[in-house]
Ligand binder design. Structure first.
Ligand code: CP
Ligand code: NVA
Length: 305
């Protein structure tokens, strides 16, 4: 990888992304071959927001590669308050070999990466969630055997997860439709960047406000919570704004016959997805969650070796 950091799917070229997915497949198939790849290396973990999958997959992942994690409580280090982001970076780079951070502000993560000479990995910000998109395209490729030309329909909020999926679709040649209510479209800058990144102008990355139309013939139907972390105060309004955007069996029937259902998790069952869909044979959500571990191990090897 030419980039030292992983703040966005856009930090890797189409070729680098494929190589990363191939390495992840190798690691998943032969985990013991990589058990000392990062021997003795330390990865700092900073979470300003809750997490299950990201925390466990990075912690277990670095251990399985022969390294170890250093969890830092935001209340202890108080990034940008007790000490400037710059100074935190200049200290950590002398003691650990990488930083994984989940933060509200994307700019804070960019500032940290700019100041630190060691790799910084974005474990989710309000703008994007690139590690999730990496696991998502890995999972789709694992199941469908290819990515190029597939149709991915994201039903829900044009949020951080949608942004990273758009960037991943552009890089891998998937068509992507974001089915969202008016006022919940993806960030226009993200939309433009994804358009600019498309490996071919035949790739369609578009918004559709009618979920029934948007999912037609989709190979992948994807959804996420209606109110993301930090938007709890809007949850009630959003439940009403998104009420026609629930992924239920009727909606899934309009997708391609072999369509899979995906969700980054955590899911709010009964809101964005019904139990029937998330527990159906079409649902690959737990395979998707497991793959966070494998793709992030590939990422750690690439960035910290
Ligand atoms: N999908 C995901 O990032 O899960 P967590 O928020 O539990 O880490
Ligand atoms: N969009 C969700 C993703 C959680 C993994 C959030 O930001 O809360």
């Amino acid at each position: 990888m030419t980039s030292r950091d992983f703040l966005s799917i856009r930090d890797v070229s189409a070729g680098e992304l494929t190589a990363l997915l191939d390495l992840a497949a190798d690691i998943k198939a032969h985990p013991t071959r990589f058990s000392s790849a990062l021997e003795g290396k330390a990865l700092a973990l900073i979470f300003e927001k809750p997490s299950l999958r990201t925390r466990v997959s990075f912690d277990v992942g670095i251990h399985q590669l022969g390294g170890f994690s250093v969890p830092l409580q935001p209340s202890e280090i108080q990034l940008g308050k007790r000490e400037s982001v710059h100074d935190v970076a200049r200290n950590l780079e002398r003691m650990v070999q990488g930083i994984m951070i989940r933060a509200f502000s994307h700019k804070l993560v960019e500032d940290l990466a700019r100041a630190a000479s060691i790799p910084v990995i974005n474990g989710l910000t309000d703008f994007s969630h690139p590690c999730q998109a990496l696991a998502d395209v890995f999972t789709i490729r694992e199941i469908k055997g290819r990515l190029e030309g597939l149709k991915l329909c994201f039903v829900g909020d044009g949020n951080n997860v949608a942004h990273s999926l758009m960037f991943a679709a552009a890089r891998t040649g998937m068509h992507m439709t974001i089915a969202c209510p008016h006022g919940y479209e993806p960030d226009p800058t993200a939309m433009k960047l994804a358009h600019d990144d498309r490996i071919s102008t035949d790739i369609r990355i578009e918004v559709n406000h009618d979920p029934r139309d948007a999912v037609r013939n989709a190979d992948v139907v994807y959804t996420d919570v209606w109110a993301s972390m930090g938007q709890e105060a809007e949850a009630e309004k959003r439940r009403s704004d998104f009420k026609d955007f629930q992924v239920d069996s009727t909606l899934m029937e309009r997708a391609a016959s072999e369509a899979i259902f995906m969700h980054c998790l955590p899911a709010h069952r009964g809101e964005e997805v019904t139990d029937e869909v998330i527990d159906s044979p079409q649902s690959v959500v737990f395979q998707q969650a497991e793959n966070r571990l494998h793709v992030q191990k590939a990422l750690l090897v690439e960035l910290m070796k």
